[in-house]
Design a protein around this ligand. Structure first.
Ligand code: ZN
Length: 205
């Protein structure tokens, strides 16, 4: 118990010490949307030991949307067309993950198509996603969080591209895998591994 507290307070001290560096780098505005108020430090998941290069200075609005991507407001994120080109890897990573989440918006898909991330940065962006630790969680059609290995039911008949079968409504898909997009998971239907849109899934209880 005492030890946990110690580690925790060390972490807080480390993050506090990053404040100056981040304020200088960000020119004291939100590194995602340029707002100048309610700024605090966001650690880009997956988080291990505190590392200033894995931190962003962001505002409350951005933080709220990163915490609750289900209620993400596409209109808040048009600044991603600049941040995706940032020279700061952590900013690029979060921008890329947000764009993945906003893919249904034409402009976001266009940006993703144009965006260029160096291989290690892309791997970092995908790494978080593949393990469901993007800060962008995956949800089923009811807004229930989906985790790696969950079982789900289809809530709609789905034509499976590249095959002749239709996955019937109600089909149980066992042991889904999360993908780098919160809008899709992978699962086996009729012994075929397919990509499923989370909007058509319901977590099996
Ligand atoms: Zn912001």
């Amino acid at each position: 118990m005492a030890r946990g507290f110690e580690q925790n307070s060390t972490r807080v001290e480390a993050l506090t010490a990053f404040g100056k560096t981040l304020a200088r780098r960000s020119k004291s505005v939100c590194e995602l949307c340029s707002a100048a108020t309610s700024l605090h430090i966001y650690e880009v998941p997956p988080v291990d030991t505190p590392d200033v290069d894995k931190c962003l200075l962001i505002c409350d609005t951005c933080q709220t949307q990163l915490d609750d991507p289900e209620h993400i407001d596409p209109n808040h994120w048009h600044g991603l067309n600049e941040t995706i080109w940032s020279e700061v890897p952590a900013i690029q990573v979060v921008s890329w993950r947000l764009l993945q989440h906003l893919q249904s918006e034409g402009w976001a898909q266009d940006l993703l198509d144009q965006a260029y991330l160096d291989d290690p940065i892309l791997a970092w962006a995908q790494q978080g996603a593949a393990h469901g630790t993007t800060g962008l969680k995956t949800f089923d059609s009811n807004g229930v969080e989906l985790c790696e290995g969950d079982d789900v039911h289809l809530i709609k008949d789905l034509d499976v591209k590249g095959t002749s079968f239709t996955a019937k409504r109600g089909t149980l898909v066992k042991g889904i895998h999360l993908t780098d997009s919160p809008e899709y998971v992978e699962g086996r239907v009729n012994k075929v591994q397919i990509v499923l849109k989370t909007a058509f899934l319901k977590k099996a209880s």
